[in-house]
Design a protein around this ligand. Structure first.
Ligand code: UD1
Length: 418
């Protein structure tokens, strides 16, 4: 297993190009299940989670390959309707195959994903919503089986704006001829990107990015042709790495629009942020930031996926800052690792109280999930001395060529076989 070895405490500088969004690419690749036609998707990042999606699509009867700079998905034979445990356990977003397969084959069997280090993460909102459109469900040996003989367009309201449930239902509704109205939808930019991808297939989608999405599904869909949006979480992570270590970093091929909550918090902390049409420049003296409290919320609130890297940044604040996590019930695993670096963090329920310290010190530390791993990169870059980050495979699930990009910004980082 690989480790990252980082000699921190050095200011960052230069430019880095942001990759396509992992969380947008995953549902868009699943949307290829809605059609027999050859689908071509550009700006798909080269990541472990994308490889897992390819394995899933190949298992289901698709053929995925990289051709002329684009990911291509074809359908040489018959589709299968089951997403087995070996694939779902590697990546819980495999559950996004349920919506398209239910609509297309009228039957789907998906292994229940189970929890992960950040929470229990049930899929009841997805299942309830499929049932409201007429699906029937049962559990068999750890799998959920959905059948859709009576599936038809309709109107439903999610009890919580779940990102995955909104995406799953949009894909299902896309292949149901007629009008489906989804209410209390997630408003994340990845939802808007999925809507754009579905439109390329001939589906009428209105309201994506707002709480109410109206879909006019078709019985047959055209080929999917789409370019994935920039990854806002990768962008935010590099912004925080620069803010924490100090220096001037420009992120290109980035979109500042969905990062309003982070930009506001960074500015309040004393870091300068300048936005272009498709670039963001972060400038920081590298001193201790002013304390700023954040509280995660569904988009456009402060993203839960940037909560951990934000805590690393606040670890050296001049005073006390709180970090409240409102989306996942167990997303503070990084805090214990930050303590090993000399941070002072006290956790009570869903709130972390950070008492800023003068300096972080390099230490052996361990990533427990993608964003906790990102937080440790931010902390190790700002810390004095040598850190060794174990379980880098978590980081590789979500950050394309991360050590190459950080090295281009001047961070002393090596990937070493553990
Ligand atoms: C997506 C993102 C993830 C991000 C999260 C919240 C992808 C691949 N992943 O995950 O990076 O952190 O949005 O912005 O896009 N819930 C239920 N029942 C359900 C579904 C969700 O109780 O059926 C709960 C979850 O346990 C969690 C909360 O709702 O506490 C948010 O989950 P959801 O928005 O569904 O996140 P994901 O789509 O899994």
């Amino acid at each position: 297993m690989d480790n990252f070895v980082i000699h921190g405490g050095k200011k960052l500088g230069g430019e880095v190009r942001i990759s396509g969004s992992k969380n947008a690419a995953l549902p868009i690749l699943a949307a290829a299940l809605l059609t027999r036609e050859r689908c071509v998707i550009r700006n798909v990042p080269d990541l472990r989670d994308i490889k897992s999606t390819f394995d899933l699509l190949n298992h289901l009867g698709k053929k995925c390959f990289f051709e002329a700079g684009a990911f291509t998905v074809t359908e040489p034979g018959r589709l299968k309707h089951d997403a087995p445990y070996e694939l779902v356990r590697r990546m819980r977003a495999s559950v996004l195959a349920a919506g398209p397969l239910l609509a297309r084959l009228k039957k789907v069997r998906v292994s229940m994903p189970g929890g992960c280090s950040i929470g229990v993460r049930p899929i009841d909102i997805h299942i309830e919503a499929f049932k409201k459109l007429g699906a029937e469900s049962c559990y068999e040996k750890g799998d959920i089986v959905l059948t859709g003989a009576k599936l038809k367009p309709g109107r439903l309201r999610f009890r919580f704006p779940s990102v995955g449930a909104t995406e799953n239902l949009m894909m299902c509704a896309a292949l149901l001829e007629g009008r489906t109205t989804l209410e209390n939808c997630a408003r994340e930019p990845e939802i808007e990107d999925l809507a754009a991808a579905l439109r390329s297939m001939g589906v009428e989608v209105e309201g994506a990015g707002g709480p109410r999405i109206v879909i006019r599904g078709q019985s047959k869909l055209r080929a999917l042709r789409h370019t994935v949006i920039p990854d806002r979480i990768e962008t935010g992570t590099y912004m925080l790495a620069a803010a924490a270590a100090g220096g001037r970093v420009k992120l290109t091929a980035a979109d500042p629009k969905p990062l309003g909550a982070l930009i506001k918090a960074l500015e309040r902390s004393g870091t300068k942020v300048t936005c272009g049409r498709d670039s963001i420049t972060v400038e920081s003296a590298g001193g201790r930031p002013r304390p700023v409290n954040v509280s995660t919320a569904p988009h456009p609130g402060f993203p839960t996926d940037l909560q951990a890297p934000w805590m690393s940044y606040m670890a050296r604040c001049r005073g006390n800052a709180s970090v409240q996590e409102n989306i996942f019930e167990n997303r503070f695993m990084h805090a214990a690792e930050l303590l090993r670096m000399g941070a002072s963090v006290y956790i009570s329920g869903n709130k972390a109280y950070v008492h800023g310290v003068e300096e972080l010190n390099g230490a052996p530390i361990m990533a427990s999930d993608i964003r906790a791993g990102a937080a440790l990169l931010v902390a190790a870059g700002a810390a004095k001395g040598r850190s060794v980050i174990r379980r880098t495979y978590h980081v590789d699930r979500g950050y394309e060529r991360v050590e190459e990009k950080l090295r281009a910004l001047g961070m002393k980082i090596e990937r070493v076989k553990g």
